[in-house]
Ligand binder design. Structure first.
Ligand code: MN
Length: 258
């Protein structure tokens, strides 16, 4: 109990009744789950979000992408290009880093050690989307792949990837890629947990101090729990990309393919 109270002191202010969790008045939020190279679905979903914004007429609109923009699906390069260059108009986008962006950044930053792990976990699709020849992807040395990738990824993509954030908060909601380590304040979370955690977070039923909105772990439908909301609906294979909408204490979701 003492532990729980001290956490509350650090991270403040969630109402006792989690269903009363809210975003600030006049602020409309859409959080988008793991895109994984599905440029087609992201484009469709952004269109639906624009309709939602027109309907609500907010004083402020925020879009949070929860990471894993890349890998597995067919057009990671196109997704990064869209996110980096999209005309967001009055909307403010924020981009949270996922474990897949971490793997790509490690390679771009010159660390060859994780390259086979990345390729085996869907990085091959990202390399293809940037135009690397199949024989280099399949048989190239780590150095050859790194050189070929660095030569093909535009500078503005690299700047975009380096600017991704570890987490952000809006009102009573915390936005992260994978989850958080229960019992630690948000500001003391390790990047490894924020980007990779599963069981210790997913199985934790006690309040965190904020409602954690996350991706990373696929569920067929939105996984809404009292202390967290998972919105990775496996878009790259299901065709279902999910956006969670937040307005005052209201929550709803928009999905492609519906
Ligand atoms: Mn992930």
């Amino acid at each position: 109990m003492r532990f729980f109270r001290s956490r509350q002191k650090v991270d403040a202010k969630l109402p006792a009744d989690a269903s009363a969790a809210r975003v600030p008045e006049g602020v409309l939020v859409h959080a988008i789950g793991d895109v994984h190279g599905r440029l087609d679905l992201l484009s469709e979903l952004l269109g639906r979000i624009a309709d939602d914004v027109a309907l609500r007429d907010p004083s402020e609109h925020r879009i949070v992408l929860l990471g894993d923009l890349i890998d597995r699906g067919p057009d990671s390069a196109g997704v990064v290009e869209l996110c980096a260059t999209y005309d967001w108009r009055e909307s403010r986008p924020d981009f949270v880093i996922g474990n897949h962006e971490e793997l790509m950044l490690n390679v771009l930053d010159g660390d060859p050690s994780g390259i086979r792990f990345w390729i085996d976990n869907g990085g091959d699709a990202t390399l293809r989307s940037y135009g690397l020849p199949p024989d280099i992807i399949d048989q190239g040395t780590a150095e050859q792949i790194m050189a070929a990738l660095s030569a093909r990824v535009p500078a503005h993509h690299i700047r975009f990837l380096h600017a991704l954030c570890d987490y952000l908060t809006i009102g009573d909601y915390w936005f992260v890629h994978a989850g958080i380590r229960p019992g630690l304040p948000l500001a003391r979370q390790k990047p490894k947990d924020l980007r990779w955690i599963r069981g210790a977070f997913l199985d934790h039923a006690e309040p965190h101090g904020g409602i954690v909105v996350h991706g990373h772990t696929i569920s067929p439908e939105v996984d809404a729990q009292p202390n967290r909301i998972g919105i990775d609906t496996g878009a790259y294979e299901t065709g279902r990309l999910t956006a969670l909408g937040l307005w005052n204490t209201e929550r709803w979701h928009l999905q492609t393919g519906r």
